[in-house]
Ligand binder design. Structure first.
Ligand code: FES
Length: 577
Protein backbone atom coordinates (compact mmCIF):
# COMPACT_ATOMS: atom_id res chain seq x y z
CA UNK A 1 0.00 0.00 0.00
CA UNK A 2 1.28 3.47 -0.87
CA UNK A 3 1.99 5.93 1.98
CA UNK A 4 2.84 9.62 2.04
CA UNK A 5 6.53 9.35 2.90
CA UNK A 6 8.86 10.48 0.12
CA UNK A 7 11.09 7.42 0.60
CA UNK A 8 8.15 5.19 -0.29
CA UNK A 9 8.35 6.36 -3.91
CA UNK A 10 11.66 4.52 -4.17
CA UNK A 11 10.30 1.19 -2.93
CA UNK A 12 6.59 1.18 -3.74
CA UNK A 13 5.25 -1.12 -6.42
CA UNK A 14 6.21 -4.52 -7.77
CA UNK A 15 8.25 -3.12 -10.62
CA UNK A 16 11.89 -3.30 -11.69
CA UNK A 17 12.97 0.03 -10.15
CA UNK A 18 11.32 -0.77 -6.79
CA UNK A 19 13.22 -4.05 -6.70
CA UNK A 20 16.47 -2.42 -7.80
CA UNK A 21 16.17 0.12 -4.99
CA UNK A 22 15.37 -2.56 -2.41
CA UNK A 23 18.33 -4.56 -3.72
CA UNK A 24 20.67 -1.62 -3.08
CA UNK A 25 19.63 -1.60 0.59
CA UNK A 26 19.68 -5.42 0.92
CA UNK A 27 23.32 -5.18 -0.24
CA UNK A 28 23.98 -2.48 2.35
CA UNK A 29 22.80 -4.87 5.11
CA UNK A 30 19.31 -3.38 5.61
CA UNK A 31 16.47 -5.82 6.24
CA UNK A 32 14.15 -4.92 3.36
CA UNK A 33 12.22 -8.22 3.68
CA UNK A 34 10.26 -6.56 6.44
CA UNK A 35 9.92 -3.20 4.69
CA UNK A 36 6.38 -1.91 5.00
CA UNK A 37 6.82 1.81 4.46
CA UNK A 38 8.73 2.73 7.63
CA UNK A 39 10.38 6.20 7.78
CA UNK A 40 13.94 6.22 6.51
CA UNK A 41 16.19 8.42 8.60
CA UNK A 42 19.46 9.69 7.18
CA UNK A 43 22.35 10.31 9.53
CA UNK A 44 24.59 12.96 7.96
CA UNK A 45 27.95 12.38 9.58
CA UNK A 46 30.95 14.73 9.52
CA UNK A 47 33.14 12.12 11.22
CA UNK A 48 36.61 12.19 9.69
CA UNK A 49 40.20 11.50 10.69
CA UNK A 50 40.99 14.85 9.09
CA UNK A 51 38.91 16.51 11.79
CA UNK A 52 39.95 15.49 15.32
CA UNK A 53 37.15 17.58 16.86
CA UNK A 54 34.56 15.32 15.20
CA UNK A 55 36.19 11.91 15.71
CA UNK A 56 33.75 10.59 18.29
CA UNK A 57 30.77 11.15 15.99
CA UNK A 58 31.35 7.61 14.69
CA UNK A 59 30.07 6.23 18.00
CA UNK A 60 27.31 8.82 18.17
CA UNK A 61 25.90 7.53 14.88
CA UNK A 62 25.71 3.97 16.27
CA UNK A 63 23.76 5.16 19.32
CA UNK A 64 21.38 7.20 17.17
CA UNK A 65 20.75 4.16 14.95
CA UNK A 66 19.72 2.18 18.04
CA UNK A 67 17.03 4.75 18.83
CA UNK A 68 15.81 4.92 15.22
CA UNK A 69 15.43 1.14 15.05
CA UNK A 70 13.68 0.99 18.42
CA UNK A 71 11.13 3.50 17.15
CA UNK A 72 10.51 1.48 14.01
CA UNK A 73 12.53 3.52 11.53
CA UNK A 74 15.28 2.52 9.14
CA UNK A 75 18.64 4.26 9.69
CA UNK A 76 21.00 5.06 6.82
CA UNK A 77 24.24 6.81 7.70
CA UNK A 78 26.02 8.81 5.02
CA UNK A 79 29.25 10.84 5.03
CA UNK A 80 29.37 14.52 4.18
CA UNK A 81 32.44 16.69 3.88
CA UNK A 82 34.06 17.34 7.26
CA UNK A 83 35.39 20.82 7.95
CA UNK A 84 38.28 20.62 10.41
CA UNK A 85 39.12 24.06 11.66
CA UNK A 86 42.72 23.24 12.46
CA UNK A 87 43.96 21.52 9.30
CA UNK A 88 41.76 22.86 6.51
CA UNK A 89 43.28 25.78 4.57
CA UNK A 90 42.97 28.63 3.86
CA UNK A 91 39.94 28.28 6.13
CA UNK A 92 37.15 25.80 6.80
CA UNK A 93 34.84 28.74 6.09
CA UNK A 94 35.64 28.41 2.38
CA UNK A 95 33.89 25.04 2.44
CA UNK A 96 30.91 25.75 4.74
CA UNK A 97 28.62 26.38 1.77
CA UNK A 98 29.93 23.25 0.04
CA UNK A 99 28.94 21.19 3.10
CA UNK A 100 25.48 22.75 2.96
CA UNK A 101 25.13 21.77 -0.70
CA UNK A 102 26.44 18.28 0.12
CA UNK A 103 23.73 17.84 2.76
CA UNK A 104 20.89 19.31 0.69
CA UNK A 105 21.71 17.27 -2.40
CA UNK A 106 22.18 14.01 -0.46
CA UNK A 107 18.73 14.53 1.01
CA UNK A 108 17.24 15.42 -2.35
CA UNK A 109 18.75 12.52 -4.26
CA UNK A 110 18.20 9.70 -1.77
CA UNK A 111 15.13 8.11 -0.14
CA UNK A 112 15.31 10.03 3.14
CA UNK A 113 12.36 11.25 5.25
CA UNK A 114 14.15 12.88 8.17
CA UNK A 115 17.73 13.57 9.16
CA UNK A 116 19.96 13.51 12.19
CA UNK A 117 22.84 15.94 11.64
CA UNK A 118 26.12 15.13 13.37
CA UNK A 119 28.61 17.98 13.71
CA UNK A 120 30.96 19.41 16.33
CA UNK A 121 33.77 21.59 14.99
CA UNK A 122 32.94 25.20 14.10
CA UNK A 123 31.81 25.25 10.47
CA UNK A 124 30.36 21.74 10.44
CA UNK A 125 27.54 22.99 12.64
CA UNK A 126 26.12 25.78 10.43
CA UNK A 127 27.03 23.99 7.20
CA UNK A 128 24.93 20.95 8.12
CA UNK A 129 22.03 23.07 9.26
CA UNK A 130 21.97 25.37 6.22
CA UNK A 131 21.65 22.39 3.88
CA UNK A 132 18.99 20.63 5.94
CA UNK A 133 16.97 23.83 6.34
CA UNK A 134 16.89 24.25 2.56
CA UNK A 135 15.67 20.67 2.20
CA UNK A 136 13.08 21.41 4.94
CA UNK A 137 12.89 17.86 6.21
CA UNK A 138 12.48 17.00 9.93
CA UNK A 139 15.87 17.34 11.62
CA UNK A 140 17.60 17.05 14.96
CA UNK A 141 21.20 18.17 15.25
CA UNK A 142 23.60 16.54 17.72
CA UNK A 143 27.18 17.29 18.66
CA UNK A 144 30.06 15.32 20.18
CA UNK A 145 31.00 17.68 23.02
CA UNK A 146 34.05 19.57 24.23
CA UNK A 147 37.43 17.94 24.69
CA UNK A 148 39.12 17.36 28.03
CA UNK A 149 40.98 20.23 29.63
CA UNK A 150 44.78 20.09 29.25
CA UNK A 151 47.02 21.16 32.12
CA UNK A 152 50.33 23.03 31.83
CA UNK A 153 52.34 23.75 34.99
CA UNK A 154 49.17 23.36 37.02
CA UNK A 155 47.17 25.78 34.85
CA UNK A 156 44.03 24.58 33.05
CA UNK A 157 44.44 25.56 29.41
CA UNK A 158 41.71 27.09 27.30
CA UNK A 159 41.73 25.99 23.64
CA UNK A 160 42.74 28.83 21.37
CA UNK A 161 42.57 31.57 24.00
CA UNK A 162 45.67 30.31 25.85
CA UNK A 163 47.39 29.47 22.57
CA UNK A 164 47.23 33.13 21.53
CA UNK A 165 48.41 34.27 24.99
CA UNK A 166 51.41 31.92 25.05
CA UNK A 167 52.23 32.82 21.44
CA UNK A 168 52.69 36.43 22.56
CA UNK A 169 54.95 35.21 25.39
CA UNK A 170 57.05 33.24 22.90
CA UNK A 171 57.36 36.27 20.59
CA UNK A 172 58.80 38.44 23.37
CA UNK A 173 61.02 35.65 24.75
CA UNK A 174 59.12 34.99 27.99
CA UNK A 175 58.93 31.26 27.24
CA UNK A 176 61.28 29.00 25.22
CA UNK A 177 60.60 26.53 22.39
CA UNK A 178 60.49 23.54 24.73
CA UNK A 179 57.77 25.07 26.87
CA UNK A 180 55.93 26.13 23.68
CA UNK A 181 55.86 22.50 22.50
CA UNK A 182 54.73 21.27 25.93
CA UNK A 183 51.84 23.72 25.73
CA UNK A 184 50.95 22.42 22.25
CA UNK A 185 50.69 18.86 23.56
CA UNK A 186 48.58 19.92 26.53
CA UNK A 187 46.24 21.87 24.26
CA UNK A 188 45.66 18.87 21.97
CA UNK A 189 44.38 16.54 24.60
CA UNK A 190 41.85 14.37 22.83
CA UNK A 191 38.87 14.29 20.54
CA UNK A 192 36.26 16.97 20.93
CA UNK A 193 35.59 20.64 20.42
CA UNK A 194 37.48 23.59 21.91
CA UNK A 195 36.84 23.89 25.63
CA UNK A 196 36.33 27.68 25.59
CA UNK A 197 33.37 29.71 24.32
CA UNK A 198 34.76 29.45 20.80
CA UNK A 199 32.71 29.07 17.66
CA UNK A 200 31.96 25.37 18.24
CA UNK A 201 30.67 25.86 21.80
CA UNK A 202 28.75 28.90 20.63
CA UNK A 203 27.11 27.34 17.58
CA UNK A 204 26.24 24.10 19.35
CA UNK A 205 24.80 26.08 22.24
CA UNK A 206 22.72 28.15 19.83
CA UNK A 207 21.23 24.94 18.41
CA UNK A 208 19.75 24.34 21.87
CA UNK A 209 18.31 27.85 21.87
CA UNK A 210 16.97 27.41 18.33
CA UNK A 211 15.12 24.30 19.47
CA UNK A 212 17.00 21.77 17.33
CA UNK A 213 19.25 20.04 19.90
CA UNK A 214 18.39 18.44 23.27
CA UNK A 215 18.65 21.08 26.01
CA UNK A 216 21.86 20.71 27.97
CA UNK A 217 23.54 18.50 25.41
CA UNK A 218 26.01 20.84 23.73
CA UNK A 219 28.34 21.21 26.72
CA UNK A 220 28.28 17.62 28.02
CA UNK A 221 31.79 16.09 27.89
CA UNK A 222 32.57 13.76 24.97
CA UNK A 223 32.57 10.76 27.30
CA UNK A 224 29.38 11.57 29.21
CA UNK A 225 26.93 8.70 29.73
CA UNK A 226 24.07 11.16 29.47
CA UNK A 227 25.19 11.97 25.94
CA UNK A 228 24.58 8.32 24.94
CA UNK A 229 21.09 8.43 26.34
CA UNK A 230 20.30 11.66 24.47
CA UNK A 231 21.64 10.19 21.23
CA UNK A 232 19.32 7.18 21.54
CA UNK A 233 16.35 9.33 22.50
CA UNK A 234 17.00 11.63 19.53
CA UNK A 235 16.97 8.59 17.24
CA UNK A 236 13.54 7.70 18.58
CA UNK A 237 12.26 11.24 18.40
CA UNK A 238 13.18 11.88 14.76
CA UNK A 239 10.97 8.96 13.67
CA UNK A 240 8.00 10.58 15.40
CA UNK A 241 8.92 13.97 13.88
CA UNK A 242 8.66 12.39 10.43
CA UNK A 243 5.19 11.03 11.27
CA UNK A 244 4.19 14.49 12.53
CA UNK A 245 5.95 16.29 9.65
CA UNK A 246 7.60 18.65 12.12
CA UNK A 247 9.79 20.47 9.60
CA UNK A 248 12.46 23.14 10.35
CA UNK A 249 10.35 26.00 8.98
CA UNK A 250 7.89 25.40 11.85
CA UNK A 251 10.71 25.63 14.42
CA UNK A 252 13.07 28.20 12.93
CA UNK A 253 10.85 31.25 13.16
CA UNK A 254 12.00 34.81 13.71
CA UNK A 255 11.27 34.21 17.42
CA UNK A 256 13.66 31.24 17.46
CA UNK A 257 16.39 33.38 15.86
CA UNK A 258 15.71 36.11 18.39
CA UNK A 259 16.18 33.51 21.17
CA UNK A 260 19.44 32.37 19.57
CA UNK A 261 20.78 35.93 19.33
CA UNK A 262 19.86 36.67 22.95
CA UNK A 263 21.69 33.49 23.95
CA UNK A 264 24.70 34.45 21.82
CA UNK A 265 24.88 37.75 23.69
CA UNK A 266 24.40 36.17 27.11
CA UNK A 267 27.15 33.59 26.57
CA UNK A 268 29.55 36.13 25.04
CA UNK A 269 29.67 33.88 22.00
CA UNK A 270 31.76 33.95 18.88
CA UNK A 271 31.43 36.74 16.31
CA UNK A 272 31.36 33.97 13.71
CA UNK A 273 27.86 33.13 14.92
CA UNK A 274 26.64 36.45 13.51
CA UNK A 275 27.60 35.32 10.01
CA UNK A 276 26.29 31.78 10.48
CA UNK A 277 22.93 32.77 11.99
CA UNK A 278 22.49 35.33 9.20
CA UNK A 279 23.15 32.62 6.62
CA UNK A 280 20.79 30.07 8.23
CA UNK A 281 18.02 32.66 8.56
CA UNK A 282 18.69 33.74 4.98
CA UNK A 283 17.76 30.25 3.77
CA UNK A 284 14.34 30.89 5.32
CA UNK A 285 14.09 34.45 3.95
CA UNK A 286 14.30 35.87 7.47
CA UNK A 287 16.34 39.09 7.55
CA UNK A 288 18.08 39.32 10.94
CA UNK A 289 21.25 41.34 10.21
CA UNK A 290 21.89 44.01 11.43
CA UNK A 291 18.63 45.07 13.08
CA UNK A 292 17.91 42.11 15.36
CA UNK A 293 21.54 41.93 16.50
CA UNK A 294 21.57 45.66 17.15
CA UNK A 295 18.23 45.72 18.98
CA UNK A 296 19.03 42.76 21.26
CA UNK A 297 22.68 43.79 21.57
CA UNK A 298 21.56 46.88 23.45
CA UNK A 299 19.51 44.81 25.93
CA UNK A 300 21.04 41.41 26.70
CA UNK A 301 24.32 41.44 28.67
CA UNK A 302 27.03 38.79 28.84
CA UNK A 303 26.42 36.70 31.97
CA UNK A 304 28.88 33.93 31.20
CA UNK A 305 32.29 33.90 32.88
CA UNK A 306 34.00 31.68 30.33
CA UNK A 307 37.10 32.35 28.19
CA UNK A 308 37.72 34.40 26.09
CA UNK A 309 35.42 36.92 27.86
CA UNK A 310 35.90 35.53 31.35
CA UNK A 311 38.14 33.16 33.26
CA UNK A 312 36.58 29.66 33.24
CA UNK A 313 36.19 26.82 30.76
CA UNK A 314 33.28 24.92 29.24
CA UNK A 315 33.38 22.06 31.77
CA UNK A 316 32.69 24.62 34.51
CA UNK A 317 29.95 26.18 32.38
CA UNK A 318 28.42 22.71 31.99
CA UNK A 319 28.52 22.16 35.76
CA UNK A 320 26.63 25.42 36.18
CA UNK A 321 23.84 24.03 34.02
CA UNK A 322 25.10 25.14 30.60
CA UNK A 323 22.71 26.64 28.07
CA UNK A 324 19.48 25.77 29.99
CA UNK A 325 20.74 27.79 32.99
CA UNK A 326 21.51 30.71 30.67
CA UNK A 327 18.07 30.44 29.07
CA UNK A 328 16.41 30.45 32.48
CA UNK A 329 18.46 33.48 33.53
CA UNK A 330 17.58 35.52 30.44
CA UNK A 331 14.00 34.27 30.13
CA UNK A 332 12.63 37.84 30.18
CA UNK A 333 14.26 38.40 26.77
CA UNK A 334 13.10 35.12 25.23
CA UNK A 335 10.11 34.01 23.19
CA UNK A 336 9.29 31.06 25.41
CA UNK A 337 6.41 29.90 23.21
CA UNK A 338 8.82 29.05 20.41
CA UNK A 339 8.36 25.45 19.28
CA UNK A 340 11.24 22.99 19.65
CA UNK A 341 12.02 19.65 18.00
CA UNK A 342 10.41 17.91 20.98
CA UNK A 343 7.00 19.23 19.93
CA UNK A 344 6.96 21.26 23.16
CA UNK A 345 7.53 24.97 23.56
CA UNK A 346 10.87 26.23 24.84
CA UNK A 347 9.09 27.10 28.11
CA UNK A 348 7.80 23.55 28.61
CA UNK A 349 11.11 22.01 27.54
CA UNK A 350 12.95 24.10 30.14
CA UNK A 351 10.39 23.24 32.83
CA UNK A 352 10.88 19.52 32.20
CA UNK A 353 14.59 19.75 33.15
CA UNK A 354 16.03 19.27 36.59
CA UNK A 355 17.00 22.68 38.07
CA UNK A 356 20.71 23.17 38.72
CA UNK A 357 22.15 25.78 41.08
CA UNK A 358 23.94 28.43 39.08
CA UNK A 359 27.65 28.41 39.91
CA UNK A 360 30.58 30.72 39.10
CA UNK A 361 30.51 30.25 35.33
CA UNK A 362 27.04 31.80 34.99
CA UNK A 363 26.24 35.09 36.67
CA UNK A 364 22.98 36.68 37.71
CA UNK A 365 21.33 38.91 35.14
CA UNK A 366 21.44 41.79 37.62
CA UNK A 367 25.25 41.49 37.98
CA UNK A 368 26.56 40.62 34.50
CA UNK A 369 30.19 39.99 33.59
CA UNK A 370 30.52 43.42 31.97
CA UNK A 371 28.37 46.50 31.80
CA UNK A 372 29.17 46.95 28.10
CA UNK A 373 27.21 45.11 25.40
CA UNK A 374 28.53 41.76 24.18
CA UNK A 375 28.52 42.50 20.46
CA UNK A 376 27.92 45.61 18.42
CA UNK A 377 27.41 46.33 14.74
CA UNK A 378 29.26 49.45 13.58
CA UNK A 379 28.51 51.47 10.46
CA UNK A 380 30.15 54.38 8.71
CA UNK A 381 32.01 55.27 5.51
CA UNK A 382 34.56 52.54 6.22
CA UNK A 383 31.86 49.89 6.58
CA UNK A 384 28.59 51.06 4.97
CA UNK A 385 27.12 47.55 5.18
CA UNK A 386 28.39 46.92 8.68
CA UNK A 387 31.30 45.64 10.74
CA UNK A 388 31.18 43.86 14.08
CA UNK A 389 33.06 44.03 17.35
CA UNK A 390 32.95 41.69 20.32
CA UNK A 391 32.74 44.39 22.95
CA UNK A 392 32.85 41.93 25.83
CA UNK A 393 36.35 40.80 24.80
CA UNK A 394 37.63 44.31 24.01
CA UNK A 395 39.36 46.95 26.16
CA UNK A 396 36.87 49.47 27.54
CA UNK A 397 39.29 52.39 27.09
CA UNK A 398 39.62 51.69 23.34
CA UNK A 399 35.90 51.61 22.54
CA UNK A 400 36.04 55.30 21.63
CA UNK A 401 39.28 55.89 19.80
CA UNK A 402 40.92 57.86 17.00
CA UNK A 403 44.28 56.92 15.60
CA UNK A 404 46.52 56.75 12.55
CA UNK A 405 46.22 53.72 10.31
CA UNK A 406 49.08 51.25 9.96
CA UNK A 407 48.08 49.32 6.86
CA UNK A 408 48.84 45.76 5.82
CA UNK A 409 47.84 45.09 2.22
CA UNK A 410 47.33 41.37 2.88
CA UNK A 411 48.06 38.63 5.41
CA UNK A 412 51.60 37.90 4.14
CA UNK A 413 52.47 41.59 4.27
CA UNK A 414 51.25 41.67 7.87
CA UNK A 415 53.26 38.59 8.88
CA UNK A 416 56.40 39.91 7.14
CA UNK A 417 56.34 43.36 8.72
CA UNK A 418 54.38 43.30 12.01
CA UNK A 419 57.48 42.64 14.12
CA UNK A 420 59.89 44.86 12.13
CA UNK A 421 61.78 47.26 14.34
CA UNK A 422 61.28 49.87 11.60
CA UNK A 423 57.47 49.64 11.61
CA UNK A 424 56.08 53.10 12.34
CA UNK A 425 53.51 52.29 14.98
CA UNK A 426 52.59 53.31 18.51
CA UNK A 427 49.99 52.21 21.04
CA UNK A 428 47.39 54.60 19.56
CA UNK A 429 47.79 53.37 15.98
CA UNK A 430 44.94 51.51 14.29
CA UNK A 431 46.14 48.29 12.65
CA UNK A 432 44.35 47.68 9.34
CA UNK A 433 44.40 44.39 7.42
CA UNK A 434 43.00 44.35 3.86
CA UNK A 435 42.14 41.56 1.44
CA UNK A 436 41.26 39.00 4.09
CA UNK A 437 37.53 38.80 3.35
CA UNK A 438 35.25 36.23 1.68
CA UNK A 439 36.49 37.00 -1.86
CA UNK A 440 39.91 38.39 -1.01
CA UNK A 441 41.57 35.17 0.17
CA UNK A 442 39.07 33.48 -0.64
CA UNK A 443 37.23 32.13 2.43
CA UNK A 444 37.60 34.88 5.03
CA UNK A 445 40.04 33.14 7.41
CA UNK A 446 40.31 34.02 11.08
CA UNK A 447 43.12 36.54 10.64
CA UNK A 448 41.38 39.50 12.26
CA UNK A 449 43.15 39.35 15.65
CA UNK A 450 46.27 41.00 14.19
CA UNK A 451 49.07 40.49 16.74
CA UNK A 452 50.22 43.52 18.70
CA UNK A 453 53.66 44.42 17.22
CA UNK A 454 56.49 42.85 19.20
CA UNK A 455 58.12 46.15 20.07
CA UNK A 456 54.86 47.43 21.61
CA UNK A 457 54.28 44.12 23.36
CA UNK A 458 57.70 44.51 25.00
CA UNK A 459 56.53 47.92 26.27
CA UNK A 460 53.53 46.27 27.91
CA UNK A 461 50.92 47.11 25.26
CA UNK A 462 48.41 44.25 25.22
CA UNK A 463 45.63 45.61 23.06
CA UNK A 464 45.16 47.98 20.12
CA UNK A 465 42.32 48.80 17.76
CA UNK A 466 42.46 46.43 14.80
CA UNK A 467 40.24 46.52 11.72
CA UNK A 468 39.83 44.05 8.88
CA UNK A 469 37.42 42.41 6.47
CA UNK A 470 38.41 39.12 8.07
CA UNK A 471 36.94 37.03 10.90
CA UNK A 472 38.51 35.98 14.18
CA UNK A 473 38.37 32.75 16.12
CA UNK A 474 35.67 32.60 18.76
CA UNK A 475 38.50 31.99 21.21
CA UNK A 476 40.19 35.32 20.36
CA UNK A 477 39.98 38.64 22.19
CA UNK A 478 40.96 42.30 21.96
CA UNK A 479 39.54 45.48 20.41
CA UNK A 480 39.10 43.85 17.05
CA UNK A 481 36.69 45.10 14.41
CA UNK A 482 35.79 42.41 11.90
CA UNK A 483 33.64 41.53 8.88
CA UNK A 484 33.98 44.99 7.30
CA UNK A 485 31.48 45.02 4.43
CA UNK A 486 31.96 45.49 1.61
CA UNK A 487 35.43 43.95 1.79
CA UNK A 488 38.53 45.45 0.13
CA UNK A 489 38.61 42.88 -2.68
CA UNK A 490 35.18 43.87 -4.00
CA UNK A 491 35.70 47.63 -3.84
CA UNK A 492 35.07 48.42 -0.18
CA UNK A 493 36.54 51.65 1.15
CA UNK A 494 38.97 49.54 3.18
CA UNK A 495 40.86 49.03 -0.12
CA UNK A 496 42.02 52.66 -0.31
CA UNK A 497 43.12 53.21 3.31
CA UNK A 498 46.74 54.37 3.51
CA UNK A 499 49.30 54.54 6.29
CA UNK A 500 48.71 57.64 8.39
CA UNK A 501 45.00 58.09 7.54
CA UNK A 502 42.95 58.94 10.58
CA UNK A 503 40.33 56.37 11.61
CA UNK A 504 37.87 56.75 14.44
CA UNK A 505 35.62 54.23 16.14
CA UNK A 506 32.86 55.06 18.57
CA UNK A 507 31.28 51.86 19.81
CA UNK A 508 28.66 53.57 22.01
CA UNK A 509 27.50 55.43 18.85
CA UNK A 510 28.06 52.32 16.69
CA UNK A 511 30.23 54.24 14.21
CA UNK A 512 33.41 53.65 12.25
CA UNK A 513 34.84 56.44 10.09
CA UNK A 514 37.77 57.01 7.79
CA UNK A 515 38.65 60.70 7.94
CA UNK A 516 39.45 61.13 4.25
CA UNK A 517 37.36 63.34 1.96
CA UNK A 518 34.97 61.71 -0.57
CA UNK A 519 36.98 63.37 -3.40
CA UNK A 520 40.23 61.84 -2.17
CA UNK A 521 38.52 58.44 -1.74
CA UNK A 522 37.31 58.64 -5.39
CA UNK A 523 40.78 59.65 -6.56
CA UNK A 524 42.39 56.72 -4.77
CA UNK A 525 39.87 54.24 -6.21
CA UNK A 526 40.68 55.46 -9.75
CA UNK A 527 44.34 54.66 -9.23
CA UNK A 528 43.76 51.05 -8.11
CA UNK A 529 45.02 48.49 -10.63
CA UNK A 530 42.63 45.49 -10.64
CA UNK A 531 44.32 42.23 -9.64
CA UNK A 532 44.22 39.19 -11.88
CA UNK A 533 42.12 36.36 -10.43
CA UNK A 534 44.23 33.51 -9.05
CA UNK A 535 41.40 30.96 -8.98
CA UNK A 536 40.09 30.44 -12.48
CA UNK A 537 38.59 26.99 -12.06
CA UNK A 538 37.06 24.59 -9.57
CA UNK A 539 35.21 25.24 -6.34
CA UNK A 540 37.25 28.33 -5.27
CA UNK A 541 36.34 30.01 -8.60
CA UNK A 542 32.65 29.23 -7.99
CA UNK A 543 32.99 30.53 -4.43
CA UNK A 544 34.51 33.85 -5.54
CA UNK A 545 31.78 34.29 -8.13
CA UNK A 546 28.83 33.51 -5.86
CA UNK A 547 29.76 34.34 -2.26
CA UNK A 548 27.90 37.21 -0.65
CA UNK A 549 29.40 39.60 1.88
CA UNK A 550 29.37 39.10 5.66
CA UNK A 551 26.17 41.13 6.07
CA UNK A 552 24.40 38.41 4.05
CA UNK A 553 26.06 35.55 5.89
CA UNK A 554 28.67 34.77 3.19
CA UNK A 555 26.19 32.36 1.68
CA UNK A 556 26.13 31.72 -2.06
CA UNK A 557 23.77 34.09 -3.78
CA UNK A 558 22.05 31.23 -5.65
CA UNK A 559 21.28 29.45 -2.36
CA UNK A 560 19.49 32.42 -0.82
CA UNK A 561 15.81 32.38 -1.83
CA UNK A 562 14.66 35.73 -3.19
CA UNK A 563 10.96 34.83 -3.06
CA UNK A 564 8.64 32.04 -1.87
CA UNK A 565 8.96 30.03 -5.08
CA UNK A 566 12.76 29.84 -4.66
CA UNK A 567 12.26 28.23 -1.26
CA UNK A 568 10.50 25.22 -2.74
CA UNK A 569 12.56 22.04 -2.45
CA UNK A 570 12.11 20.36 -5.82
CA UNK A 571 11.87 16.57 -5.52
CA UNK A 572 13.73 14.38 -8.02
CA UNK A 573 11.91 12.21 -10.55
CA UNK A 574 12.05 8.73 -9.09
CA UNK A 575 12.34 6.25 -11.91
CA UNK A 576 15.16 4.45 -13.63
CA UNK A 577 18.49 6.21 -12.90
FE1 FES B 1 37.40 22.27 16.15
FE2 FES B 1 37.78 24.31 17.95
S1 FES B 1 39.09 23.65 16.34
S2 FES B 1 36.13 22.95 17.72
Amino acid sequence: MKNSLRSHKWFYGANETGLLHKGALWSAGIDMDNYHGQPIIGIANTWSQLNNCNMSLKNVAEEVKKGIHEAGGIALEFPVISLGEELMKPSAMLYRNLLSIDVEENIRAYPIDGVILLGNCDKTVPGLLMGAVSANMPIIQLNAGPKEVGIHKGKRLGSGTDLWKYWDKLRVGEIDEKEWNDIGKALSCGFGACNTMGTASTMNGLLEALGLMPLGMSTLPVTSEKRKQLNIESGKRIVQMVHDQLTPDKILTIQAFSNAISTLLAIGGSTNAIIHLTAIAGRLSLPIFPNLFDELGRKVPCITNVQPNGALLIDEFNEAGGIPSVLNSISEFLHLDALTYTGLSLRNSLQSLEKIDIKDAILELKSPLKSTPTLAVLKGNLAPNGAVIKVSAASAELLTHKGKAVVFENYDHMLDTIDDDGLIVDKDSVLVLKNAGPVGVPGMPEWGMIPVPKKLKAQGVNDMVRISDSRMSGTSFGTVILHVAPEAAVGGVLAIVKNGDLISINVPNRSIELHVSPEEIDKRFKSIIPKEKIHKRGYPALYIKEVTQANKGCDFDFLIPKNESERIFVEPIVGRS
